[in-house]
Design a protein around this ligand. Sequence first.
Ligand code: S6P
Ligand code: ZN
Length: 200
Amino acid sequence: MSPEKPTIDKIKPYDMPLHLQVDLASGEFAPFTEFYERRLSQLGDLFHDRSAVQRTLAAGDPLLYDVRMRPFVTSLSDFTFGVTRIYPGKVGDEYYMTKGHFHLLLEQPEVYFCLRGRGCLLIESAEGDFHAHWWTPGVVSHIPPGYAHRTVNTGSEALVFSAIYHLSAGHDYGKIAQRGFSCRVVELNGSAELAPNPLH
Ligand code: S6P
Ligand code: ZN
């Protein structure tokens, strides 16, 4: 999968202060300017139980998550505010999760803020320094430069979190698509646990 370059060149700089409003219950906010959804048919390779993927797809193509974004591009720099909403569900023993990525510009960090639900943030450097942050509403996670990140909804309702990062950071999905993270997040005896990823 090829890296996704940021859309910064297409956005007209605006140097005045702006504000927006997030509905904490739904995770929706306005005004947003970019929106995308990711369904299982686009993400099936993330899940280890391929027969569970096929069984699920035979019954439909569930929506796993959606993302709203509002870039703040100025003539000197840029930021983006985004809100991701991951729906509750599992494929096999693995919970619904984001695709996961490094930033194309590795030196770019990011801050996540859990607004609603229960989840787990996986963070891992290219050298294999792995961390898991277990989320409840109010937890803030700093993703340092050079660390890949993936979010997993371990709860029974939508997991909603905001992200703040420089738009110029971009996304590099390739390495994570190939081997994932050191650990997967699975349901074991009714609770969310980390399990080693044999493909890593
Ligand atoms: C962007 C930031 C988030 C994710 C979003 C979806 O740097 O980390 O906005 O893009 O949570 O995840 P993914 O891995 O599909 O881009
Ligand atoms: Zn990111």
